[in-house]
Ligand binder design. Sequence first.
Ligand SMILES: [Zn+2]
Ligand SMILES: [Zn+2]
Length: 196
Amino acid sequence: MRQPCARWGCKNNATYDLPLCREHWQDWDAFELDECSSCHWFYGNAEFIIWDLSDDIDDKHPLMCNNCLAIELIESGKVNPWPGIEWEKRSVASHKTIERLRRYVYILKLSDATFYPGQTKDLAVRLQEHRDGQQRQTKGKDPKLVYFEMFEGMREEVNDREKELNQLNKTSLGRRRIRQMVEEFRSHFRLVDLER
Ligand SMILES: [Zn+2]
Ligand SMILES: [Zn+2]
């Protein structure tokens, strides 16, 4: 027996390894759904709107749905922020926690002084694959990681960024830009103090 989808109001079953049905998983991945930190149901962005509007709201209310927040405000003696709406306590949705996947766009420098941009979910694993010669374009060219950017979720942004870097890598002007990026990146790392 499958778990029901944790999107409030959805009648579908969750997929086998996620708390949401397929459709709502895609919404979540596109940053259109968020999990209420109080009732743990998932809601669309508009259902968190009081959180943005009310002056009473501070860091004590990290991403609470309108419903939970209204009840908390009423119970703490403040007025119903939206008079006329009957708020009703919702049972807690139990599901395992999900985290946004991290993805990386990276650039390798090869022994023939060329660059190789790519993307991966796991930087360490991918780097090892390159070193082991599993990637045709980098095989035998002593690939060295010289640059990366980290993304959370946003698959399309990652694809766009990878495409952009590949475009840059095709022209000498673009490659000059890449060299600048790598140099800036390195200069930031020189600021990192690992002695603490
Ligand atoms: Zn659903
Ligand atoms: Zn809630």
